[in-house]
Ligand binder design. Structure first.
Ligand code: SF4
Ligand code: MG
Length: 320
C-alpha cells in the first residue's frame, strides 16, 4: 500500500495535579503516504510536537494506534520501537543547540547511528561521514568541529546529517527553522526540499508558519487544542479553506504577490487567544473564538467529515 504512517485515534493525556489532564493530543487520525510532505500546522500548545514525540516513542501513549508500514505501536507496546523503525524514522528538533552534544565533534555525533545500525563496516565509517556531510553541503573539515564552534544554521545541517545516517524513509521536522536567523531559514528549507527528492524521503513538517507550509508541503493538517480541524491537499487548502480557524490562519499571512491576492480567502476575525489546554471549551473547542458559532457549537463537538476527496473538516457549518 501507499501508506507509510497512519495515526488512529491517537491520544496523549498528561496528568496535571489530581484527576486533571491536559489532553495534548485528543483523538488524532492522520495518514501520511510515501512521498508526502505533510504539513502539521497550529499555534504553540496545539499538540504538534506531542504527536511527533509520541510517534518517535519518546513518550508512551494514552490511547490509539501508530501504524508504520504495518508495524503497530499502541499503549501496550509502550515506548518500544523496532530496530527497523529506529533506522527508518528520524526526527530533527527545533533547537539544534540543545539536541547536539557540545562535547562531541561532528565525527562522533554522526558515527554513533552508523555503528548502532551497522550501516557500513567499521573501516568505512569516515568515508560514509564524508558522504553524508556532502549531502548537506558541509565541508569535510566539519568532521572535527564541535557544535559549539559553528553557527545555528550549520548546527541544524549537522542535525539533518545525523537524521540521514541510516538511509531513513521518514523524517519528522519539528519547526526545523524557527530557532534560526531569518537569513538562513530559506537555505535550510531549500536543503530539505532537495534532500527529499534525492533521498526519496517522506516528511512530517511541523510549523506555525503558513508561508513555509505552503512552500514545502503537498498536504496540510491544521491542529487546534489537540485535535485536527481540517486536512486538505495544499492547493485545495488555499482555494477552499473551510474551517473558520484555517481561514483565520490564512488571513494572517501577509500578501506578497498579485497571485496571492487572488487566492486570499476572506479575512476572518477571531476573538481572543488560544484557551489553556487544561480547560478545553465544551462542544467545539474553537467556539470561544469563532465568529460563526451557534448554540449547537457550545454543546456538541463536531466530527470530521469529507467534503471532497482528501479534504476533511471538523465543523458544524459543513454538516448540512
Ligand atoms: Fe465555529 Fe461552530 Fe464550526 Fe466550531 S463548529 S468552528 S464554533 S462554526
Ligand atoms: Mg512545538
Amino acid at each position: 500500500s501507499n501508506e507509510l504512517l497512519t495515526l488512529k485515534n491517537l491520544k496523549q493525556y498528561f496528568p496535571v495535579g489530581k484527576d486533571r489532564f491536559v489532553r495534548a493530543v485528543d483523538g488524532v487520525d492522520l495518514t501520511i503516504n510515501h512521498g508526502d510532505v505533510m504539513g502539521l500546522v497550529g499555534e504553540s500548545g496545539s499538540g504538534k510536537s506531542t504527536i511527533a514525540y509520541t510517534v518517535m516513542g519518546m513518550y508512551g501513549m494514552t490511547g490509539g494506534e501508530i501504524d508504520f508500514e504495518g508495524e503497530v505501536f499502541t499503549k501496550e507496546t509502550k515506548r518500544k520501537r523496532s530496530m527497523k523503525f529506529r533506522r527508518e524514522a528520524q526526527i530533527v528538533f527545533q533547537d539544534p543547540g540543545s539536541s547536539l552534544n557540545p562535547y562531541q565533534d561532528v565525527r562522533s555525533i554522526l558515527s554513533l547511528p552508523l555503528k548502532v545500525h551497522k550501516v557500513v563496516p567499521k573501516n568505512e565509517i569516515d568515508d560514509k561521514i564524508l558522504e553524508i556531510l556532502e549531502m548537506v553541503e558541509l565541508p569535510a573539515d566539519f568532521m572535527y568541529k564541535s557544535p559549539n564552534s559553528i553557527g545555528g544554521g550549520e548546527k541544524q545541517l549537522v542535525s539533518i546529517a545525523r537524521a540521514l545516517c541510516c538511509n531513513p524513509k521518514f523524517i519528522i521536522l519539528d519547526e526545523p527553522t524557527s530557532s534560526l536567523d531569518v537569513s538562513i531559514q530559506a537555505k535550510i528549507i531549500n536543503m530539505l526540499i532537495k534532500l527529499k527528492k534525492e533521498q526519496n524521503l517522506t516528511y512530517m513538517f511541523i510549523t506555525h508558519d503558513m508561508g513555509v507550509m505552503r512552500n514545502v508541503s503537498n498536504r496540510v493538517a491544521i491542529m487546534y487544542l489537540g485535535k485536527i480541524c481540517e486536512i486538505a491537499p495544499t492547493e485545495t487548502f488555499y482555494r477552499n479553506p473551510l474551517h473558520p480557524y484555517t481561514q483565520m490562519l490564512l488571513s494572517s499571512i501577509p500578501v506578497v504577490s498579485e497571485e496571492d491576492e487572488t487566492i486570499k480567502p476572506k479575512a476572518v476575525e477571531c476573538v481572543g487567544e488560544i484557551p489553556s489546554p487544561v480547560n478545553v471549551p465544551t462542544g467545539c473547542s474553537f467556539h470561544t473564538r469563532c465568529p460563526y458559532k451557534c448554540e449547537r457549537c457550545t454543546k456538541e463537538d463536531p466530527v470530521m467529515r469529507e467534503v471532497e476527496p482528501g479534504h476533511t473538516v471538523r465543523c458544524h457549518l459543513i454538516d448540512k
